[in-house]
Design a protein around this ligand. Structure first.
Ligand code: KIV
Length: 276
């Protein structure tokens, strides 16, 4: 996948699939099954690092995980999230930090949150040669100013503000746009009018693609899971069962058995010496 092939999906009838990915093992699996875009999302702050928001995540955190994802990816497009305060201070700082995500982290593109307020930043990045994915609606880095993790754009004024955000991101030159936690008809309206692909998360079926947090989709995360997440598997009980079996078998001596041990000729065993 590349930027052009993502853009070409718009109106082609073929939906874009995007999932979060934070490490080499998952990158290999997601890439192998044909996920189009892997997002090294700042959700790793909650899912991997145990923070209660994405705010503490650093550029170094994303670079560290992006490097591993890059090593495990052959076909998918790798997108690195720009953490809180790595792109807000000035367009120059945003360019420097996005450059590090691409040069050190191996990302093909970056994602950042914001609409009209991010217009200058996105257009400066695009002019500097950085492919950008926008992110509007519920923007987790500033969720507290939006009244928490809530559906956005439910009344006419706020819905129209989200439409203006979408127009700004498109005009600034982003090649795709994440729409998070907005009513499905609003996401469909934006998708029908905008020239770049929309990728929804909690934004209904009308978007050009869908993104989810992989650990939510697989049922591997015990923290809060939003109602728009569909669990395609419930791996946590399976993982816990396997771990309890390991504890039990080590305790009662049934692991390791002969099949999981290396053998030594009886003669050698008999002649082993302890000391001189
Ligand atoms: O960091 C993340 O996982 C995201 C998705 C919610 C789109 O930004």
């Amino acid at each position: 996948m590349n930027i052009a092939s993502i853009r070409e999906r718009k109106g082609s009838g073929q939906k874009i699939t995007m999932l979060t990915c934070y490490d080499y093992s998952f990158a290999k699996i997601l890439d192998h099954v044909g996920i189009d875009m892997l997002l090294v999302g700042d959700s790793l702050g909650m899912v991997l690092l145990g923070y209660d928001s994405t705010v503490p995540v650093t550029l170094e955190d994303i670079i560290h995980h992006a490097k591993a994802v890059r090593r495990g990816t052959k076909d998918a497009l790798v997108v690195g999230d720009m953490p809180f305060m790595t792109y807000q201070v000035s367009p120059q700082e945003a360019i420097r930090n996005a450059g590090r995500l691409m040069k050190e982290g191996g990302c093909d593109a970056v994602k950042l949150e914001g609409g009209t307020n991010a217009f200058n930043t996105i257009s400066s990045l695009v002019k500097a040669g950085v492919p950008v994915v926008g992110h509007i609606g519920l923007t987790p880095q500033t969720a507290s100013s939006l009244g928490g993790y809530k559906v956005q754009g439910k009344d006419l004024d706020s819905a129209n503000r989200i439409v203006e955000d979408a127009m700004a991101v498109e005009e600034a030159g982003a090649f795709a746009l994440v729409l998070e936690c907005i009513p499905a008809p609003l996401a469909s309206f934006i998708t029908d009018h905008i020239s770049i692909p929309t990728i929804g998360i909690g934004a209904g079926p009308g978007c050009d693609g869908q993104v989810l947090v992989t650990h939510d989709l697989l049922g591997m995360f015990e923290g809060f899971t939003p109602s728009f997440v569909k669990r395609y598997a419930n791996l946590l009980p399976l993982i816990k069962d396997a771990l309890r079996s390991f504890i039990n078998e080590v305790s009662d001596g049934t692991f390791p058995d002969k099949g999981h041990s290396f053998h030594l000729d009886e003669e050698i065993v008999k002649n082993l010496k302890w000391g001189k």
